[in-house]
Design a protein around this ligand. Sequence first.
Ligand code: 13P
Ligand code: SF4
Length: 310
Amino acid sequence: MPNKELIQHIEQLKKDKGAVILAHYYTRPEVQAVADYLGDSLALSVKAKEIDAPIILFAGVNFMAETAKVLSPEKRVLIPVPEAGCSLAESCNATDLAALKAKHPNHIVVSYVNTSVEVKALTDICCTSSNALQVIESIPREQPIIFAPDRNLGSYIQKLTNRDNMVIWDGACTVHEEFSLEKILQLKEENPDAKIVVHPECKAYIAAVADYIGSTAGILTYCGKSEATTFIVVTEAGILSEMQKQFPNKKFIPAPPIDSTCGCNECRYMKMVTLENIIACLESESPEVILDEATRKAAEQSIINMVTIQ
Ligand code: 13P
Ligand code: SF4
C-alpha cells in the first residue's frame, strides 16, 4: 500500500481509538508525518505527562515509551516495536549501577533518560541532553555525583561546570560515537561558510570543532536563528527531514560515519518503527507497556525531579 493510504488509515485509527502519536526526530520521515507531537527526548517526556488521551502510541525506542508510562500510569502506552532498544540504555544495567552506588554511598545519581525503568528507579534525578547542564547546576557544588550512562555527555557537562566530583559511567551511543572527524573537516573545507552543529553524545574531539553543541531540539533552534545558510549536522540523520521542512531555504549536510558503507549515522532502533507496524499496533492495541508498579513508582520521582528543574 502506498504511504499516502497508510497515513490516511493511521489518521482514521487515531480518531476511532482516541490515540495520540508521539514521535522522536530520529524516526523515519513518514513516521514523523503521522505524529501529533514530534520532539526530542525532553519535550516528549513533558508532553506524555500533559496529554489528555486514553492511548499514547510511542513512535520511538522502548525507554521513551517506558518513560511515558512511568509518568502516565493511567493511560495505555503502546509501542509498535518493543524490541527497539538503545545502545546507550543497554550500556548500563541496574545491577551494575546498584554496585557502583554501594561503592559511593554519598553520591547523588543523575541518569540520562536513555536508561531502563530499573535504572531510573535507582536514580535521583534524570536528565536529557537538553537539560543536563541545568540539572547538574541545580546540585550543590560540594555534592558528589554519579553520572550515567553517557561518558561523552558526562565529560562535556563536567568540563562546562568544572566539577571534579563526578563519577562518569563508561557508556555510549553507537550512532553518535561513529562520526568521522576527518570527513567532517573535509565537508567544512568544501563548505567554508557552513556551521558545524553537534549532539553532546558525540566524542569530545568532534565536539571540539562544533559551532554549536546541543540536543536535537537545541540544534533545530540554533539552525533557525543562525544567519548561516549551510549546516553540517553531526547527529542521527533522521533530524534532517524536520530541518528541511522548517527551514526550506537552508542546506543541511549529514555528517558521515567513519565507515561510509555501514549507514551507522542512522539509529537502527528508531528506524524499526514503520507505518505498517504502527497500524498493527493501533488495530490490536498492543504491544502495550506494562510496568511493575513498585519499579514504576521508584522511577517516577527521578523524572518528576528532572521536569520540575525546567
Ligand atoms: P535528544 O532527544 O535529547 O536530543 O537525545 C537524542 C537521542 O539519542 C535520543 O535517543
Ligand atoms: Fe539510543 Fe543512540 Fe539510538 Fe538515541 S541514537 S536511541 S542514544 S542508540
